[in-house]
Write a protein that binds this ligand. Sequence first.
Ligand code: BV8
Ligand code: ZN
Length: 253
Amino acid sequence: MCEQMETNFPPELISLLRACRRAAALTGAGVSQESGVPTFRDAQSGLWAQYRPEDLATPEAFRRNPKLVWDWYAMRRARADSVAPNPGHYALVEMARCIEDFTLITQNVDGLHARAGSPKVIELHGNIRRVKCFECGQPAATWREDGETVPRCAACGGLLRPDVVWFGEMLPSEALDAAWAAARACQVFFSIGTSGLVQPAASLAYAARGGGAAVVEINLEPTPLTAQADFFLRGKSGEILPALVAAVWGQTQ
Ligand code: BV8
Ligand code: ZN
C-alpha cells in the first residue's frame, strides 16, 4: 500500500510521480557505489591500478591476455558476492510496487538489483555471475578455477569468459529492444548514477524525452544529460531514492 507524505522535493516532481503510471529507470555504477563497488570513473586499485577498465573490458584485451582479463572479472565477481544491495537498490524495488508499469534497466553487471528483489531487471551489459565460452558461446553453469589457467568450455575446449558486453560488442538485442520500448513509452525516465558516456545506453534518456517523458537525473555531479533533464537531484542515490519514495508514496506498511 503506497500512502502519501510531503518533504522538500520540488512539489511538481512529487505530483508528477504520484500521477505517474509508466516509468523507466536506467542505473549505472553510481547506484552500486554505496554498496562498496567502485565505479568505472573511480581509479582502480592494487594489481589493476595500471589498467583502465575500458582497456580490459574488450575482446582484444581478452585475446591478448585472457588470464589478466579473467582474473579481473574473478576479482570483481568475488567483490560483488561480498557486498550487499544498498538503500538505493531497495528504494527502486519499492518504487516498482508504487508505479503500475515500472521498467528497471541497468548497465551494471554486479547483479545487486536482483539481489535487492527487483522482479524484472533489463541487464543491458550482462552479468559477471554468468560465464560463457569465448569460442562457441555456450553458457557454463560451473567451472573449475585452478588459479593458474583460464577455465575451458566443456563442449568445445574454448576459453571461458564472463557473460558481459565488452566495448565493441553488440548489446543483447532482446534487452536493448525492451529498453528502447520502455524509454519511448514511459511518462517519467530516471537516469541514476550514470555518467551517461557509454552508448547506446546513454541514448535511452533522449529517446524518453522524445517520447514526451519527464527526465529525472540523480547523480553526485552534473553529466551531459543534466542540461536536458527536467529535474536534477544532486547527491547520493542511496540517500535520495529512499527519501523520494517516502516523500511521494510514504513509508509502506
Ligand atoms: C556497441 C560491461 C556497437 C563490462 C560495459 C569505438 C570503438 C568501438 C566502440 C565504440 C567506439 N566509440 C564509441 C563506441 C561505442 C562504445 C562506447 O560507448 N564507448 C564509450 C567509452 C565512448 N560502446 C560500445 O562499445 C557498446 N557496444 O556500441 O556495439 C558497436 C560494435 C562494434 C563497433 C562499434 C560499435 C558496448 C558498451 C558496453 C560496454 N560494457 N560494461 C564490464 O562491466 O566490465 S560499460 C561499463 O561502463 C558499465 O556497464 C557502464 O555502462 C559504463 C560505466 O558507466 P557508468 O555506469 O555511468 O559508471 P561511471 O563510472 O562512468 O559513472 C558513475 C556515475 O555515478 C558518475 O556520474 C558518478 O558521478 C555517479 N555516482 C558515483 N557515486 C554515486 C553516483 N551517483 C549517485 N550516487 C552515488 N553514490
Ligand atoms: Zn565452447
